[in-house]
Design a protein around this ligand. Sequence first.
Ligand SMILES: Cc1cc2nc3c(=O)[nH]c(=O)nc-3n(C[C@H](O)[C@H](O)[C@H](O)COP(=O)(O)OP(=O)(O)OC[C@H]3O[C@@H](n4cnc5c(N)ncnc54)[C@H](O)[C@@H]3O)c2cc1C
Length: 580
Amino acid sequence: MSGGGAATVLVVGAGINGAALARELTLSGCDVVVVDDHDLAAGTTAWSTRLVHGGLRYLEYGELALVRESLAERERLVRVAPHLVRPLPFYLPVRGRFGGVASAAARVIGLERLAARCRGTRGRGSVAAGLGLTLYDLLSTGRRWPRHRRVRPGTPGLPAVDREGFPRALVYVDAQLLHPERFTVELLVDAAAIAAERGRSLVVHTRARVRIDDQGRAIVEPAVGAPTHHRVDAVVNVTGAWVDEALAGGLRALRPADRRLIGGTKGSHLLLDHPALRMALAEHGVYAEAADGRPVFVLPFGPRLVLVGTTDLPWRGDPWTARTEPDEIDYLLAAVARLFPQLCPGPGDVVQWYCGVRPLPAGGAAAPAGITRRHMLVRHPAAPVPAWSVVGGKLTTCRSLAESSTRTILATLGRPVTGSSRDRRLPGAVESAARPALVAETARAAAALGVAADACHEAAEATVNLFGSRAPEWLAGAPVAGPPLLAGTALPAAVVRACVRQEWGRTLADLVERRLMLVFTEPLRRTTLMGIAAVLEAEGLLPRGEAAAEVDAVVADLAARYGKRVVDDRSGDDCTRKEL
Ligand SMILES: Cc1cc2nc3c(=O)[nH]c(=O)nc-3n(C[C@H](O)[C@H](O)[C@H](O)COP(=O)(O)OP(=O)(O)OC[C@H]3O[C@@H](n4cnc5c(N)ncnc54)[C@H](O)[C@@H]3O)c2cc1C
């Protein structure tokens, strides 16, 4: 319930946009109730290419305002979350010089069909790419952000892209958000801290359904436990690709117009375990065109893996059921082989894939790539309380989306905007200069938990990588029962307890996929999952004796949704690849 005259806003959906909005609203003194029917960041946020970028490609569609906004946010997010958002140089290889100028010009003036006809077989050339990057640089507000440059393919330190096929190249810098899941969690951790500082409340319900009644009250029904009732002053539907389903379900009292808001497209990614390819990237992302002219990214993903994406296919149906299809795997592998023919990764190098649906506005352009990536706040005028749905949005613009939405919501409620996230750092923010001291402090905390002396530094590195400046605090308190490290990892088992107590982690899947990011470790072992399940048992989140069954369920789910094989190390079985 709201108290002290503050407005209470219900935020439905806890992806990156819902979390950013909740945080922005707490900064202006609102009480906020967040409800997600799965977990934080369980939707499209986790299925993205994980870039914080201006969107060079959007220039061709004349989206100058979106690119400018995205570039400003890129600069800001690197500053407020340096532990999660890191600049990444991109290598842009091209086949010729003048290709793509006519098609880009046709696209800028909205002639998509003509653009496709003008594209030619050699794709975008260095002149068109250089013009685009010059505009990109001009739109960039970051005074210290490096400008693009032409480079000579084959120069040491650059990606080893095929020089015969791509004799010219440019380098520019964007940013990578390796773990948008953790970014989302930290947004809400910060929102909780802001609410506590201001004597306001932030309530987060995960795995809960919300229903609005005709008086505009919210009834939250958790999967476990009794329903709670909240009197709310405004409702915001931030369910991304599920906006229409939410409006047809628990939010139908908002009386939405009789037309779909979302017309998403599906995009798939592959994770490759191919050491030679990983090395060939030389710590750059590669941004190129596939044979059909679609953009493709080949990105370093941590120290070992390579992320390749993405496809862009019209999608109808429940976004939860979207899966990477075999022909998408072939398409993405062919795109990599075109760039690195000497390495030619195959299906056996694919250790997992994932697939998501972009929450794009319905009724967009003929070609999926041409649908605007701008976000908009759609009002539901017949709702019993002021209510909106968020349509579109990118990871990159989550903060600016939250800021502009908050302005609209508070103006409607007749309340002032009293805070801003523009310069507010996320709780785990740490500069690289401060990292060695932080690692040393975390190593001491690990030692106090009983981690062997020779394993403390690695444990500290792993903990700081995930939790940034909060790492020592994460290891505070009494040791958890059992081995001090999670089997098969460098992570202290105590981090599981911290994620449960301070980050709304409830299930084994929450911990593996969206708190500890173990879903992306290769190999992932069954004993690791059992170690996490043991802590969940101790925290009362898993009934005694059900750990093995829970682990089996997660193993099956990871196979179905990511094509990922968990190594069954109960019998000393070692890593062999799953054939995809
Ligand atoms: C293939 C692909 C690549 C992308 N790459 C990038 C990129 O590199 N950079 C970038 O900036 N953007 C990228 N994007 C876009 C970006 O990922 C999304 O726009 C963004 O994550 C959307 O976040 P969201 O919070 O709006 O939605 P989501 O992350 O989908 O969150 C919606 C939440 O609502 C919950 N929910 C659903 N229904 C209900 C309900 N009825 N009740 C309660 N909760 C509900 C879900 O569980 C989910 O947690 C990409 C998208 C895709 C698909």
